[in-house]
Design a protein around this ligand. Structure first.
Ligand SMILES: O=C(O)CCC(=O)C(=O)O
Length: 266
């Protein structure tokens, strides 16, 4: 289904959109079950041995926000998440808002009670968002899949509407969480999807409630953007070796086509 003019208007205006009910409750449960299994494991991360200057890049599994777990490079860890790579509800938005979308990093963040706020950030500068000749173009675009409810106190993502076009920045560290002017929590139910231009300033709120908040993050770029030179220490998590892509269907292969042109030996 094509993206509606209302969704185009809202996305261009705010820098983000929330799609309701992309996944069923059963799908969320199945993804969650696999995520928990992966979170309970440890990972060797042999690729880090090549970095001898102390900067190891991101480990496959690491702690975030004091009481949170992040996993990087999901398709390397499991085939269960493959249907999310080129999901039929999401692809029309990727085509419309990115142009030539390619999947780069994927990660998960599970937060538990006591998890603290993150830091305000954006993945790309505002010059990496444009509207020209009728085309919206986001050079980097994040798709956040809620596997559990994301209420305002569950450690949900928070974003500043229209900050993908902001003309000047504040000193972000001085404005924790909702003290940031204009900050809007991205609340939703399990199965909803929050998608945003990475030029949008965003963060994660503290989790004060019981239970877990688990989201998956599928990050896409325009095909002309070279992510390997952008983050040389994290190539391992972006790169999907041939044996991983072999199991993909045609749409998933197309969304990861750039892997045919890069080489990474780990
Ligand atoms: O879910 C969160 O806490 C925020 C995640 C975030 O900002 C990010 O992964 O870039």
């Amino acid at each position: 289904m094509p993206v509606s003019i209302e969704d185009r208007f809202s996305f261009d205006l705010q820098g983000f959109l929330l799609l309701r009910g992309v996944l069923t409750a059963d799908e969320c449960d199945a993804y969650l079950e696999e995520l928990i299994r992966l979170e309970e494991q440890d990972y060797e991360d042999k690729f880090q041995e090549q970095f001898t200057d102390g900067n190891l890049g991101l480990a496959t599994k690491h702690t975030v926000n004091d009481k949170g777990i992040r996993l990087n490079g999901l398709p390397r860890l499991s085939k269960v998440f493959d249907p999310l790579i080129a999901h039929s509800r999401i692809v029309p938005y990727l085509d419309e808002f990115v142009g030539l979308p390619q999947l780069i990093n994927t990660w998960s963040i599970s937060k538990f009670q006591g998890a603290t706020s993150g830091g305000w950030h954006r993945g790309v500068p505002t010059t990496d968002y444009s509207y020209r000749h009728g085309d919206i173009r986001s050079r980097m675009f994040n798709v956040v899949i809620f596997l559990t409810d994301n209420g305002p106190d569950d450690g949900c993502v928070v974003a500043i509407p229209a900050s993908h076009k902001s003309s000047f920045d504040l000193s972000w560290r001085e404005y924790p969480g909702l003290e940031m002017p204009g900050a809007m929590p991205a609340v939703g139910k399990a199965g909803d999807v929050f998608m945003f231009s990475e030029a949008t300033i965003h963060n994660g709120l503290p989790k004060t409630t019981e239970g877990r908040r688990s989201n998956l993050y599928f990050n896409y770029v325009h095909a002309h953007y070279n992510v390997m030179t952008r983050e040389p220490r994290n190539c391992h998590h972006f790169y999907l070796p041939p044996h991983v892509r072999e199991r993909f269907d045609e749409n998933q292969k197309k969304m990861t086509e750039w892997m045919q042109y890069v080489k990474w030996d780990y």
